[in-house]
Design a protein around this ligand. Structure first.
Ligand code: ATP
Ligand code: LTN
Length: 334
């Protein structure tokens, strides 16, 4: 609890260009949560280096992601938006928690298996202990709630296990976090293979709509979206491509599935694809303009980066010092 409010923490990596899936499935749902919770939204740049990064690109993308959080409507005065690498407590607690985590637990993590298969030439120890750093992120703020997608639930579960193990030895040090199940964010599927989720690391550029795609590109990608030969606009498992288009349309407009189906009743796939393309382009155009505007305001963004890193460091430092004391590290001499 901070000032009587429950604490909510989430983070995103600045690797690759963010997609419509990241926006509709995560970012958009974070807006407004600060009315009810004390929110920390981190750009997890330390997680990014588990896969080799070009330094200039990482720096640029990390800033772009932080700006995107703000452009999406997350108010940086009410939410703590910051870079993980600016708060050294993350790396320090991660080291400590490494010593309370078993190899066997990490070996079970499916993301590690997937990512090490994908990056067979660089299976580094950081990639293996990625979930421990994620646990440190969460536990440092005595987080109550973590909004995450299904793919991250296994990591949240291990975070809880580590926290409980630590508490069993040293008393109540960490709050045990729960997944935040809010309005369910849409799961957006690839436009080229609707059985697979839309992902920023997809090799086919037509599979994903990137948040920075221009209007024509967005409309073209939807026009080329893979559907089926049924010829009827229905929402069912046999038509995953059409279902995905309806899901995207509803997530962007706030309309219900039933209303969308009524609207497109008797119309052709071409109509649906154009309408969804236009709707997404209408959503992205102002978001891109706001990003451009904020990017130009260097002083304002720098101010936010500095103030929020200080705020995060304050709360993180309190937890870290408590942990250090509990495990027997010598007191500082003042
Ligand atoms: P990668 O391709 O590098 O695995 P990704 O695009 O799958 O990345 P993540 O960085 O793993 O994205 O996820 C960031 C956030 O966006 C998570 O909360 C995740 O649940 C959400 N997210 C990612 N893709 C989608 C999607 N297609 N639909 C809904 N939510 C998504
Ligand atoms: N692993 C997450 C990003 C992430 C995160 C976190 C999410 C890092 N630390 C703490 C929630 C809480 C991902 O790849 N989506």
């Amino acid at each position: 609890m901070i000032d009587g409010k429950k604490v909510l923490f989430s983070g995103m990596q600045a690797t690759g260009n963010l997609t419509l899936g990241n926006y509709l499935g995560a970012l958009k749902n974070w807006v407004g949560l600060a009315d009810d919770y004390e929110c920390f939204y981190c750009v997890v740049d330390e997680h990014s280096i588990t896969v080799r990064q070009d330094p200039a690109t990482l720096r640029k993308r990390s800033r772009a992601l932080l700006i995107l959080y703000i452009a999406a409507g997350i108010d940086p005065k009410k939410n703590c938006i910051y870079y993980q690498s600016h708060v050294s407590a993350h790396a320090e607690l991660a080291w400590i928690l490494n010593c309370y985590t078993y190899m066997g637990e990490m070996n079970r993590m499916t993301q590690f298996k997937d990512k090490s298969a994908k990056h067979a030439d660089n299976i580094n120890v950081g990639l293996f202990s990625y979930p421990v750093l994620m646990a440190a992120d969460i536990l440092l703020y005595q987080t109550d709630l973590v909004p995450v997608g299904n793919d991250q639930l296994q990591h949240l579960e291990i975070c809880r296990d580590i926290a409980e193990r630590f508490n069993n030895i040293y008393g109540d040090v960490f709050t045990i976090p729960e997944p935040y199940i809010g309005k369910v964010g849409a799961r957006i599927m690839s436009l080229q293979n609707p059985e697979k989720k839309m992902s920023k690391s997809d090799e086919n550029p037509n599979a994903s709509v990137y948040l920075m795609d221009d209007r024509d590109t967005v409309i073209r990608k939807f026009r080329r979206a893979v559907t089926d030969s049924e010829g009827q606009i229905l929402y069912r498992d046999e038509q995953p491509g059409i279902r995905n288009l309806i899901d995207i349309y509803c997530a962007c407009t706030g309309k219900t599935k039933e209303a969308a189906l009524r609207e497109f009743d008797g119309r052709g796939y071409g109509d649906l694809k154009s309408a969804v393309g236009e709707t997404v382009a209408d959503l992205l155009t102002p978001l891109q303009a706001r990003c451009a505007e904020l990017t130009r305001d260097k002083e304002y963004i720098d101010g936010i980066i500095k103030d929020n890193a200080e705020k995060a460091s304050y709360f993180a430092g309190k937890t870290l010092r408590k942990v250090q004391r509990k495990i027997g590290f010598p007191d500082r001499v003042r």
